[in-house]
Each structure stands twice: as C-alpha cells, then as structure tokens.
Design a protein around this ligand. Structure first.
Ligand code: DX5
Ligand code: ZN
Length: 218
C-alpha cells in the first residue's frame, strides 16, 4: 500500500479565488475538483473552462470527480485538458469500460465512482480497466455531510483484492472525511482521502492537510 494521499476538495473553497485556494494546500497530493451538472446530482458547480484555468495556475495534480450524466461525452475533455485523474460515476453510464478507455486514451488515469447505496460486486470484474476506485461515503452533491461508515465494507473488499494481487487500483474515499473519521477509513485500507470542509474550513488549510495525513499514517 502506498503512503496515504490527501486530496483537498475545492468544493469548500472560495470559488472567487481558486488559484489562491489551490496555493493554500501546496502540500496536497491531489487537488479534488467536483464537477456537478445539476442533473446527476441536485447541485451545479463548475466545468471544463474552470478546470483549464486551474490547471494553468497550480502544479498539484488535478483529480476531477465528474458527478454528471453522459460522462462518455464529457470525461475525455478533462483528460485532454491535462487532469491527472478523471473519475466518473458507474450509475451514470451503461458502458463504463468504454468511458474509462477513452479517458486513458486521452492521457489521464481513469476512475470509477460508486454512490453509498451502490453495490460494489457488479463492478469488481471491470475494475481491472481502472486506475482508481472512488468510494462515496456521503450522497454526492454537497460538502459538509456526515460520513457513512457502512461503505467501509466496500473499501475492505477492494483492499483485500489489491493486497492479494488480484486487482491493481487506488482506493479513494470521498465525503465526511475529517479528524474524527479518517482513522477508520485508513484502517479499512483507503489510499487517497478527499477532504473538503475539513481542509478549507480550517484556519490553516495546509496544516489541516498535514495533520490528516499524519492521522492516516498512524
Ligand atoms: C460531494 C463531493 C465531495 C465534497 C466532500 O459530492 O464529491 O468531494 O467536497 O466534502 P466534505 O469533505 O466536506 O464531505
Ligand atoms: Zn468529490
């Protein structure tokens, strides 16, 4: 297992100064960018033009989390723009393998995400076509919600398959990760922890990243 990674989510940042908000977490492993279309989730955030601007203003690898319908149409654009990892939702497409293939062909790592209520089992077989599995630990759509510990069963399952060499995928968790919840997620076998409010609502976001990473390591 790789050392724990922390991916601050700019959903909880000030959208009027995203460049400065990225600089405020300079020690982060990935910068998590939540793209919401107001259809797949009942909230609307930002799209490709904003991601293109962010890519120009930060050296932190960008982790795009697409909470959108029709990811096959939009996901490759984020990869072409230079995002490091592009994740879309399994619930949003009938052909996740094709979408993942297009993301990789466009030059990014491909991620598959599942909502808290979505079973992992039907997707285990196709995970070998992905670089990242993003396990949602809140209903996608909003920051600041409470962690749903039941999803850790899915993390444990994937962790054991990765540890036994049957799968090669980075396990990422998103939603409600903070000082109170990160240790149980780390114990279950998460590699990469998304944290929005726990980082950007902190007085010192960079220090919050370091302290979350230390907690995940212990
Ligand atoms: C929610 C987003 C998350 C969100 C997490 O749909 O996918 O990335 O920013 O926010 P917190 O860490 O506050 O739960
Ligand atoms: Zn997210």
């Amino acid at each position: 297992q790789t050392p724990p990674m922390i991916a601050p989510s700019i959903l909880s940042a000030d959208f009027a100064k995203l460049g400065a908000e990225a600089d405020a977490v300079a020690g982060a492993d990935w910068l998590h960018v939540d793209v919401m279309d107001g259809h797949f989730v009942p909230n609307l955030t930002l799209g490709l033009p904003v991601v293109q601007s962010l890519l120009k203003s930060t050296d932190i690898p960008i982790d795009c989390h697409l909470m959108i319908d029709d990811p096959g149409r939009w996901a490759p654009g984020y990869a072409e723009a230079g995002a490091y990892n592009v994740t879309f939702h399994a619930e949003a497409t009938d052909d996740p393998i094709a979408v993942g293939r297009d993301i990789r062909a466009a030059g990014a790592k491909a991620g598959l995400s599942i909502k808290p209520g979505t079973d992992l089992d039907p997707y285990l077989e196709i995970l070998k076509s992905f670089d990242t599995l993003l396990v949602m630990s809140v209903e996608p759509g909003f920051g600041g919600q409470s962690f749903i510990p039941e999803v850790l069963d899915k993390v444990r399952r994937v962790r054991s398959l990765v540890d036994s060499g049957e799968l090669r995928v980075l396990v990422e968790i998103d939603g409600g990760i903070n000082a109170d919840t990160i240790e149980q997620a780390a114990e279950a076998g998460v590699d990469c922890f998304v944290a929005g409010s726990a980082v950007y609502n902190a007085a010192d976001p960079a220090a919050a990243v370091q302290s979350l990473r230390a907690q995940a390591t212990s």
